[in-house]
Ligand binder design. Structure first.
Ligand SMILES: Cc1cc2nc3c(=O)[nH]c(=O)nc-3n(C[C@H](O)[C@H](O)[C@H](O)COP(=O)(O)OP(=O)(O)OC[C@H]3O[C@@H](n4cnc5c(N)ncnc54)[C@H](O)[C@@H]3O)c2cc1C
Length: 495
């Protein structure tokens, strides 16, 4: 049967998805640039450039390998598919099951046939079997089941090294004058330049050099760079927030994993191979493997398991508008937030601790509406996708699901940021102070957040210690009054 094979921009892989079983002789491969997608939101320049340039490069590579490719620009995906169906009226359209609720529904409505989506290591059926047997959805339990099922870092039924998890050895703060190694950048070719020139004026952020690769070869180069230069120290410094490096020892692989240029199985195999050379500590290897076969798969599994309405949660009734500082780093004097929002402006990326413990923490304790914060993160992060942003933001970061994913909110005062980051020394605010003009806004707002939600958190046994701390505060009225000043200042972009 001659078919039209539709490749969404997050399935760019010849060995997986619908291309796995496609026939070069008879099938036509279809990619569509949707104007609704491009103009529908205020995307980061780097993100839009990355998505479009990767797709155009992928189409060019397919063509050079003798595939018959139709690359369309259309108002939206549905109109593009209609146009291509009119050109090839006797062909049905096939696509690997899409990665988001919206795209799945949209394509189903126009009669697209779905084939297996094998871009993850865990099928939805398998994940549901696991989730259905759980009282709480603890990632660590899922991760251990994954290690056993996939036989990764296992010796029979026991984990290599005797422990499942080496977090106790990891979680180190950054050291003074630490060497954070190098990052790589790539040369822009004609396709990259063409995409850059076409970016809409509405696009946000900066684009100085091409730090995100746009071809499979560049994605592989990034992976190689990580395994050679950063893997060894990945584990211990996974949570560290250095001031002198925007990457730390992180892999920067998420964009390629999420658009299909890399497959999780090849990243895991490469990690194990590199570990077997003998100079990589088990804590680093295990920590990295956990991110891929644990966190990434768990988040994807939960996205589908929790359903489409999950994104609407607002368990803490948070309704503040997005703070101006998220869109403009000049709108804050907090050194950590300014520096990290600058990283987002420049690279469309920060690692998981700035995302969780600084940016999201601020949204959580100021009470920004979770959906507004979700929209912002979707637009400005290079690796954003619906399946990964929704559980991370609604569940993990803002506790908007009332505790389905995480039993307690990831709220923290300035002490955590001061311990794990190098920003406080040059900041006008003091993480140790709760009140007064120079009190760290995180510290003030942390206690105010606990107080505002005291009724709900008192019922949560995992919040026992924090609520005990709140009860012992002698100056809570003063803290609340300072918190009001801070919130007003943040709303005006003055703090
Ligand atoms: C609020 C919030 C929003 C996030 N949004 C995204 C997002 O839109 N896209 C995205 O890919 N990741 C997201 N993450 C997870 C994580 O921050 C990024 O995957 C990571 O920072 C990407 O950088 P890296 O490739 O260097 O990751 P590394 O630290 O080197 O980790 C390796 C890989 O593990 C995977 N991973 C680790 N943690 C997670 C997680 N929580 N969820 C899914 N995958 C994970 C990623 O694929 C990542 O590439 C989010 C985390 C938080 C707290």
């Amino acid at each position: 049967m001659n078919r039209l094979i539709f490749i969404p921009f997050d399935q760019l892989n010849v060995n997986h998805g619908a291309l796995k079983s496609a026939d070069r002789e008879t099938d036509v491969i279809v990619l569509i640039e949707s104007q609704r997608m491009i103009l529908g939101r205020t995307w980061h320049k780097q993100r839009l450039q990355f998505l479009l340039s990767c797709a155009r490069h992928f189409a060019a590579e397919l063509r050079s390998n003798d595939w018959n490719v139709e690359y369309l620009r259309s108002d939206n995906t549905a109109s593009g598919l209609k146009e291509i169906s009119e050109k090839y009226p006797d062909r049905e359209i096939f696509c690997a099951t899409p990665n988001s609720f919206r795209m799945r529904q949209q394509l189903a409505e126009i009669g697209v046939n779905f084939v297996e989506n094998d871009f993850f290591l865990t099928s939805q059926e398998l994940f549901t079997i696991w989730a259905d047997t759980q009282k709480t959805f603890t990632m660590e339990n899922f991760y251990r089941a994954q290690r056993k099922r996939l036989g990764i870092l296992m010796s029979g039924t026991t984990p290599i090294g005797g422990e499942w998890n080496y977090d106790a050895e990891n979680r180190l703060p950054p050291k003074k004058d630490q060497d954070w190694g190098t990052t790589i950048s790539f040369d822009s070719d004609l396709i990259d330049q063409e995409v850059m020139a076409e970016l809409p004026d509405t696009a946000w952020g900066n684009f100085e050099t091409k730090i995100w690769g746009t071809t499979r070869a560049e994605a592989l180069a990034q992976m190689e760079h990580f395994f050679q230069n950063h893997f060894k120290e990945f584990g211990p410094f996974e949570d560290a927030m250095p001031a002198s490096s925007w990457t730390g020892h992180h892999s920067l692989l998420s964009p390629y994993l999420n658009n299909g240029l890399l497959h999780p199985s090849e990243v895991v195999s490469a990690a194990i191979q590199r570990f077997e050379q003998g100079d990589i500590p088990l804590a680093s290897c295990e920590g990295f493997i956990r991110q891929i076969i644990g966190w990434r798969e768990y988040i994807n599994g939960m996205y589908w398991f929790l359903g489409e309405d999950y994104r609407e949660g607002n368990g803490l009734g948070a309704n503040r508008k997005l703070l101006p500082l998220f869109q403009n780093s000049k709108k804050t004097e907090m050194s950590c937030v300014k520096s990290l929002v600058q990283d987002v402006e420049d690279y469309g990326w920060t690692h998981h601790i700035p995302r969780l413990m600084v940016l999201s923490n601020l949204a959580l304790i100021t009470g920004v509406k979770p959906q507004e914060f979700l929209d912002w993160m979707r637009e400005v992060f290079i690796d954003a996708a619906d399946w990964v942003m929704v559980p991370n933001v609604i569940g993990m970061a803002t506790h908007a699901d009332g505790g389905t994913l995480m039993t307690k909110p990831y709220a923290a005062g300035g002490a955590y940021i001061s311990k794990m980051g190098q920003f406080c020394k040059n900041c006008k605010y003091d993480p140790k102070l709760r009140t007064g003009e120079t009190a760290c806004p995180f510290t003030t707002l942390y206690w105010d957040f606990l107080d505002r939600n005291a009724q709900m958190f008192s019922k949560n046994h995992r919040m026992f210690q924090q609520m005990g701390g709140l009860r012992k505060l002698s100056n809570i009225e003063e803290v609340k009054s300072r918190a009001q000043q801070v919130l007003n200042g943040l709303d005006q972009g003055l703090i």
